[in-house]
Design a protein around this ligand. Structure first.
Ligand SMILES: *[C@@H]1O[C@H](CO)[C@@H](O)[C@H](O)[C@H]1NC(C)=O
Ligand SMILES: *[C@@H]1O[C@H](CO)[C@@H](O)[C@H](O)[C@H]1NC(C)=O
Ligand SMILES: *[C@@H]1O[C@H](CO)[C@@H](O)[C@H](O)[C@H]1NC(C)=O
Ligand SMILES: *[C@@H]1O[C@H](CO)[C@@H](O)[C@H](O)[C@H]1NC(C)=O
Ligand SMILES: *[C@@H]1O[C@H](CO)[C@@H](O)[C@H](O)[C@H]1NC(C)=O
Ligand SMILES: *[C@@H]1O[C@H](CO)[C@@H](O)[C@H](O)[C@H]1NC(C)=O
Length: 358
């Protein structure tokens, strides 16, 4: 029975791999992913999950499609291609691509082992306030997202450029690795100068900031070192505040970049001399207390401290990310990356009851 159970969980958590060929025109790159996943993408229906009144639908069907041409390439053509391949309204696909920018809460950690290997893990939690199903004790949108989780191998000249865990239909990146060079995740940073303002300004025509997950994607695609990645993540003007969590390929290369829209507020780095062998980010500035209703940081740090640098590995990092409430009802996937081996693995998550809603 144990063996059967083990297989069952293996099967349940498994995420399939797709190749995204960067040598194809942007409008054709997502065809194989969308062909497989379009039924699940159609299920999401974010417009109604968010404001079931019809008001937002108007925005989505009329205003958002006009916005597509203001997006930079390759994103514009990729989004148009996804709409065409899926037969889903362009406005829905755009909404889908905007909403991760504003509604994710997450945990990310970069840790260095005693030999100088860097490990990077993250839980992606999405769907807060988007419909609590009291009977099933689950978040409607979080549940609908799980079938959309995919691992992507982006290739150029038939060679891997970077790998990512993502959601089918989404063209920005929240989690990825450039094998042997760096690993990168993005967490949302809540702030008064938040995402809505930047997005509204974009719609109204002030377009000098970059979408956060577009920057993450560009860095994964085009940066060729930890330092170059760090520079772009720190210097590029953004539409909304964010945390970028970056790991490199040698000792000491791990940091959290705390960003406002315009500048870097703080860079917090691994520093073995100070005994800081890992950096960990949820959704609060590391120098401030987390919101008392949502403290995933203290239990995560407690687990890391108990694990110790001498025993950190992908396995023990997975255990840390499986501890409640770091694992909660919003958690859609866990990804584990090891730069020195070039590996990315991910697992679709379920948080068995009793489990915190967030
Ligand atoms: C509740 O969960 C069951 C089993 O997973 C599923 O069949 C059902 O559709 C869910 N109900 C709702 C309202 O999502
Ligand atoms: C691409 O690489 C794979 C293995 O890495 C190989 O099997 C395949 O033939 C290559 N395709 C082309 C067009 O070179
Ligand atoms: C990466 O660089 C290439 C060549 O400059 C450019 O065409 C492409 O759009 C860039 N990718 C992203 C995601 O910005
Ligand atoms: C680490 O990254 C640098 C670029 O920053 C690269 O030159 C070097 O070869 C990489 N080291 C390993 C072991 O892959
Ligand atoms: C974990 O260890 C660090 C470094 O020793 C310490 O600053 C922190 O307070 C510890 N946190 C917890 C929750 O144990
Ligand atoms: C190290 O981690 C493994 C799990 O990978 C665990 O079984 C083992 O007990 C840990 N060792 C120590 C000394 O904590």
């Amino acid at each position: 029975t144990l063996k059967v159970l083990g297989l069952y969980f293996l099967f349940k958590g498994a995420v399939s791999w797709y190749t995204v060929d960067l040598d194809l025109p942007p409008s054709k790159r997502w065809t194989s992913v969308i062909t497989d996943k379009k039924k699940d993408v159609r299920q999401i229906d974010l417009a109604n999950a968010f404001v079931p009144s019809g008001r937002l639908v108007e925005l989505v069907d009329i205003t958002l499609p006009l916005m597509v041409n203001t997006l930079p390439n390759p994103f514009k053509d990729e989004i148009k291609g996804i709409a065409a391949d899926s037969g889903i309204h362009l406005g829905e696909i755009i909404l889908f691509n905007i909403f991760y920018e504003v509604f994710t809460v997450c945990t990310s950690v970069v840790a260095e082992d005693a030999k100088g290997n860097l490990f990077h893990g993250r839980n992606l939690d999405f769907g807060l306030f988007l419909g609590w199903d009291a009977k099933n004790k689950s978040w409607t949108v979080s549940e609908k997202l799980k079938p959309l989780v995919v691992n992507l191998d982006f290739k150029r000249n038939n060679q891997t450029v970077f790998k990512s865990t993502s959601f089918a239909g989404y063209v920005g990146m929240l989690t990825g690795i450039k094998p042997y060079l760096f690993s990168l995740t993005m967490n949302e940073r809540f702030s008064l100068d938040g995402g809505y303002i930047g997005i509204l300004e974009w719609i109204l025509g002030k377009r000098d900031g970059m979408w956060m997950s577009f920057l993450t994607r560009s860095v994964l695609e085009n940066a060729t070192s930890y330092e170059e990645a760090k520079f772009h993540l720190a210097q590029t003007k953004l539409l909304a505040p964010a945390y970028f969590i970056l790991g490199g390929n040698q000792t000491g290369q791990g940091c959290i970049i705390t960003r406002s829209r315009v500048f870097t507020i703080d860079t917090f780095e691994i520093d073995l001399k100070l005994g800081r062998w890992y950096v960990l980010e949820t959704n609060y500035d590391h120098w401030k207390e987390p919101l008392f209703l949502d403290d995933r940081r203290t239990p995560a740090m407690k687990c890391m401290n108990l694990t110790k640098q001498t025993n950190i590995s992908l396995q023990t990092l997975y255990d840390v990310l499986s501890t409640k409430p770091i694992l909660n009802k919003l958690t859609t996937y866990t990804t584990l990356m090891q730069v020195s081996k070039g590996t990315l693995e991910s697992y679709i998550r379920d948080c068995p009851n009793p489990c915190m809603p967030w």
